[in-house]
Unconditional design. Structure first.
Length: 163
């Protein structure tokens, strides 16, 4: 599995793709990433944004793949243990983390979907990722934590994206 378009880059879409005997991808738009980032800020957990969104996308992709062992490109070094533990809460899978490189078929598919040269994959919405993130946390994101904390500025309700 490989990713094109980082999750924290909210001006571009993100594509997660896999390639074995079948190929597939999952796509999250820039608008939906910004909406998710605002929701994480709103509950006072902006640092969880990347890990939980990546984990949720990985879970959705793994459920469609139905495989017990996968190799995932090392996109977020230092966060692999957290991401793997979150994924294993919902999917029974063995994850091997390693640098795949640009020569892999998964990278080629992710890049072509990202550029619009290949029309495959399923688009997911912010609401779907948010619901899955709340399930993964076991209710932590439902607590209504203070939107102001030492890691992020307070959320201005007027500046939030309109649905």
């Amino acid at each position: 599995m490989d990713q094109s378009g980082k999750i924290e880059d909210t001006s571009k879409l993100t594509v997660l793709a896999f390639s074995n005997d079948k190929t597939g991808a999952i796509i999250l738009s820039a608008k939906d990433k910004r909406r998710l980032q605002e929701k994480f800020r709103e509950v006072g957990a902006p640092r969880l944004f990347v890990d939980y969104v990546f984990s949720s996308l990985l879970i959705l992709l793994l459920k469609s793949l139905k495989s017990t062992k996968v190799v995932v490109d090392l996109e977020y070094p230092g966060h692999t243990e957290i991401i793997e533990s979150l994924v294993k809460l919902k999917v029974d899978v063995d994850i091997e983390w390693r640098s795949i490189g640009k020569s892999s078929k998964a990278h080629d598919i992710a890049y072509k979907v990202y550029c619009g040269k290949l029309k495959i994959g399923k688009r997911v919405k912010a609401e779907q990722i948010w619901r899955l993130s709340k399930k993964i946390t076991g209710g932590y994101l439902k607590t209504g934590l203070s939107p102001a904390n030492r890691y992020s500025a307070p959320v201005n309700k007027k500046m939030l994206a309109k649905k």
